[in-house]
Unconditional design. Structure first.
Length: 55
């Protein structure tokens, strides 16, 4: 499914399964809660990686 990242505006592919890029990133609970509060949908891999790198 093609989506637009609410963080940066970039178009990206969301697979909604275990093959999706998001499955390879581990975020702490505080970061996950922040993202859930800030966004109602997925963010792109580049933005997700930035949040993952902040740990």
């Amino acid at each position: 499914m093609e989506k637009i990242c609410p963080e940066c505006g970039k178009t990206f592919e969301c697979k909604h399964n275990t093959d999706c890029f998001c499955m390879k990133y581990v975020l702490d609970k505080q970061t996950l809660d922040l993202l859930k509060e800030k966004y109602k949908d997925c963010i792109c891999e580049d933005c997700l990686k930035k949040y993952s790198d902040k740990q």
